[in-house]
Ligand binder design. Sequence first.
Ligand SMILES: N[C@@H](CCC(=O)N[C@@H](CS)C(=O)NCC(=O)O)C(=O)O
Length: 232
Amino acid sequence: MIELYYWPTIMGRGEYPRLVLVEAGQPWREVARERGVEAVLALYQGKVQPPFPVLAPPILKDGDFVMNQSAAICRYLGRRFDLWPSTPEDEAHADQVSECIADFLYEVTDAYHPVDRHATYVSQQAAADQAVAKWVEARLPRFLRFFERALEVAAQGKGAQDEIYVVSDRITYVDLMLMQLTMAAEFQFPSAVAALDLRWLPRHRAQIAARPRVAAYLRSPLRIPFEGNSCM
Ligand SMILES: N[C@@H](CCC(=O)N[C@@H](CS)C(=O)NCC(=O)O)C(=O)O
């Protein structure tokens, strides 16, 4: 069975591959929750050497195949489980959007950890609050308007009840990623997101969240709540 190695108490970047597995209907093992965080640390600290090196969690193990990088894992799973765009151009656009999601996460993590990326938010809270306020003003609208525009383009010619997907007129891995990002942004920055008066992102988020497997997962105890001190 597929294994996901991620920190046991946060949703974090682990949630992106998780949601692709959920929509694919693929059971997987949450290694840290089943065997303890030591199993993740063993890989992270190099005590266990996988057949291909890994840098940081989330880490996916599929048989003997091991990899890290959340967006790359989502692509691997998307291709493997048919949550994949239909044309090379749509593949490239899905790549583009997933990389923009990864950029968003990188930037917002930096804002919450402006002094030391590997120390807690609380230990650098004063500097972090300033950096986050600046990021929310300068960068959050830029990212969200880009995602909004991608969905607006996808919605062209569609009726009010029609489903919209980022690419290809069908659900792909990047829809799951974007749903999670929208939820994270709405949770963490409610007034800044509301002020943008977005139309397509909330509609897309609601549509993906209502898919039967995703909806069941979101209601399940496997889904860890947002922490409220990052976009994780
Ligand atoms: N770009 C990577 C970032 C990975 C990353 O920052 N992982 C965090 C948890 S979300 C971590 O444990 N980092 C430890 C490290 O970078 O050494 C991804 O998307 O997977």
